[in-house]
Design a protein around this ligand. Sequence first.
Ligand code: ZN
Ligand code: ZN
Ligand code: FE
Length: 766
Amino acid sequence: MNGPSTVETAERIEVTGLVQGVGFRPFVHRLADELDLDGCVGNDSAKVFIEVAGPSRRIDEFVARLERDAPPLARVDRVVRGRTELTGFGAPGFRIVESAEADGLRTFVAPDTAVCTDCLAEMRDPGDRRFGHPFITCTNCGPRFTIITDLPYDRPNTTMAAFAMCSRCQAEYTDPSNRRYHAQPIACPECGPTLRWLGPAGPVETTDPVAEAILSLRRGGVVAIKGLGGFHLVCDATNPAAVARLRARKLRPDKPFAVMVARVAAARALAHLDDTELAELDSPARPIVLARARPATPIVPEVAPASPLLGVMLAYTPIHHLLFDAGSPPLVVTSANIAGEPIIHRDEEVGRLLGPVADHLLTHDRAIHAPCDDSVVRVVDGELLPVRRARGYAPIPVRLGEGVVPTLATGGELKNTFCVTSTTHAWVGPHIGDMGTLATLDAFERGVRQFELMYELAPERLAVDAHPAYTVGRWARRIPHVEIVEVQHHHAHVAAVMAEHELHPGTRVVGVAFDGTGYGSDGTVWGGEVFVGDATGFDRVAGLAPVALPGGDAAIENPYRVALALLHSTGVEWGEDLAPVAHAGRRERALLARQLDGGFGCVPTSSMGRLFDAVASLLDLRHTITYEAQAAIELEHLAREDGTGGRGYRFGLRGPVIDPGPVVRAVVADLRAGVSRPAIARGFHRAVVDATVQVASGLRADGGPSTVVCSGGVFQNALLVSETRAGLRAAGLRPLMHHLVPPNDGGLALGQAFIASHRPPPGSES
Ligand code: ZN
Ligand code: ZN
Ligand code: FE
């Protein structure tokens, strides 16, 4: 022990955040050594605790650097300092103590990350004992969330528990100076998992499964490859027949695929990438980045038909790198699933794909505990716009405050995610998929159970969408002894933005919810709403004029039907020269006209998403769709082709009603006058932005909030996000957009959790 002249103080420091499985304790050890401080560091399932003794100025520096110099994957959420007794420090020096069980709040679980450059260098070094090892990993990289079965994050609580470490791996694992110190998934060719190669007839004996995979891909084959969070279906992105085969087998005629390449330089050759996009692409999360495709690349048009964008992603597992090192072409990489079902992540299930969908299977014996799809992001004006949040991000922690009610939010029907909260934090789970199949509900239930176990949570409330027919809502309402909180769909969208920006739940905002569809408080379909309110409630102060839609939501797949209904409601005759009219045919038109006149089977719909669909059909762009928002996405692309600045259209603003009539009539007139379609599409976008800014400015002028939060699936549209943000700012307002969770229904659960967990208990006065 140091003499009393040098020891001025001793402190106990507790660090919470993303501090497990990220090399935090060895980092603390090195830092204490460098500053010549005595003490120890350890972790329990809730936090990292540090006891440290030395001159107080050096302890201050130590604490400052805990946050500033933390390891790349760590995220320090909170540091709590307190005096402690000096007597606790036995021997001089600093040491790491063993894990202890803890009660209370559990610490954050790290997301999966891409293999790091140090590991890759070893994997490519013929002299290294892990040369060519497909499972190389260290404290700074590799699988985390997808292999964790329980906390604290230690090897027995991962799917690596099945593999006993060899003596050399054990030595690295227990050496605090080694970069694999306490790296739970550590393995080597001697003791780790192994690759296997299978054909339709079963396992195939081979010494080089990677070479077999390359051979199959080069011949145009479809190979299912086990990744971090599930299986991918993979084929050669430069081979039109291979891509067409994959489309036909996956029953996915149009929706763009993403392409994986090995390096940043290869990605830049395929798409225009700005600094933010490059940083995101190359980040440890390795998401799919949707960026503007370059012309005349080797990527065949079948990969992303009718889209000027290309989803690019970098190799992120050692197996991917082994494939590219062995000469793989750029690869189409898509989740292995069967239409709408969750990603397949168990070997037993992938057998269903082998033969009908995949020609071969490249797999291994490290189990995936939690399925996790690839994430998808866009970048708008240098700011992130999430499209799907899963691998590399999940579980997403959001700080809610103190003493909120532990809640499970069940999300929506499409693009489902769930969200669980403690009394202080929310954790958003990974994208699960579209409800409506047993497999999806099963994945939802298993995901929720895993989160409850990991974080030791027992929700007292279940937050559900107010829609009476949502699958997860019906599931939740059958659970006894918990309080059900129904949250209106668009209120949840708006609250999700508030939550991710850590606004106080009582902050009054203008909420703009432009969405495809959602159950309105009056039982009709909403989706073009402007609210004023906070997390406790809202007033619907303006909204798109409802259109009577034959068949309601059933019209979603048929934008031409929406267009016909819109023409009908805005008083434009169904002239044969109009594209949706011609598309419908005489008999269907007669039927629809009868329905619309009588109102039979028609549901009033104020959805902005449907308005985009209708305009896309009027422009003869897309009359039926094969994936969600296809027509609206193509309308955005068309608008971007415009070089004129676009036509000037204006919505009618009559009190609380945003009337699309004037826009629709002007669009029809322009079409008949032969105005260029991109100029019309551009003008339509501008009109939506102008109406939004005008409504928000009007509310502000009447003493309303200056903060305007924008959410809903329509804000997946990058052009709309960019111009709405600029327009609101120019009007002196404060726009807030999504950066953490998607504006589509993938963000719904966070908003539900924010609203429900802050709601006072029933019967209490507020
Ligand atoms: Zn590594
Ligand atoms: Zn080993
Ligand atoms: Fe929605």
